[in-house]
Ligand binder design. Sequence first.
Ligand code: DX5
Ligand code: ZN
Length: 230
Amino acid sequence: MIVAPSFLTADLHRLEAEIASVRSAEWLHFDVMDGRFVPASTYDHHLVATVRAFSDRYFDCHLMTVDPEASFSDYAAAGASSVTFHLEASADPAAGIFALHALGLRAGLAVKPATPIERLSPYLSHLDLVLVMSVEPGKGGQAFLPEALDRIAWLSDFRAERGLTYLIQVDGGINGVTAPLVRRAGADVVVAGSFIFRRTDRDAAIAELPELAKANPGASPYIRSVSKLR
Ligand code: DX5
Ligand code: ZN
């Protein structure tokens, strides 16, 4: 299981130190908010370029922006590895996926909790990554929404039945209790913000999640959801 630290709650004035504090993470998750698709606004491709100057890790850029396609080439130039945009924000997701691949980027599509998961079906065979939001996008530190488990399982079944290869990523409220559940449901990548950045030893927090996922599937208050899963 890949753990991608989200920098939303990190101290951006001490960026290099904050990135050094998650040394063991292969992926870095950038939460780009424009104050329109979500009320909050964070940073954009400029921050990605700043970090690319001193890091060669995998840059997982999560765009919570309106008209995401307009900035794809900026993220390519900034050194992003993949760009994930929201299905709800795009007039033509298929064209967006094609544009990302043409820029040499991996393509991801994200869905909000209320968006029917089946709406992703037409795009799944072209995607590298699917992001299931397990909180309403827009801020860190929120509680995990258990209905995300069945949505992950649906994507995992769809992938297996059709021999597809997209990664399933989950974002929001991931911690030592929810990580085992999303892993059991079929998730490959978990984003974690507050669970990692509230800790002094962040690498220990990053190592904990896959360990717990291996050792402890299904042992949590969401057990009723698990019983419906495989
Ligand atoms: C929320 C962001 C998440 C958030 C996760 O809109 O997309 O990446 O930072 O933070 P936690 O892990 O604290 O829920
Ligand atoms: Zn995110």
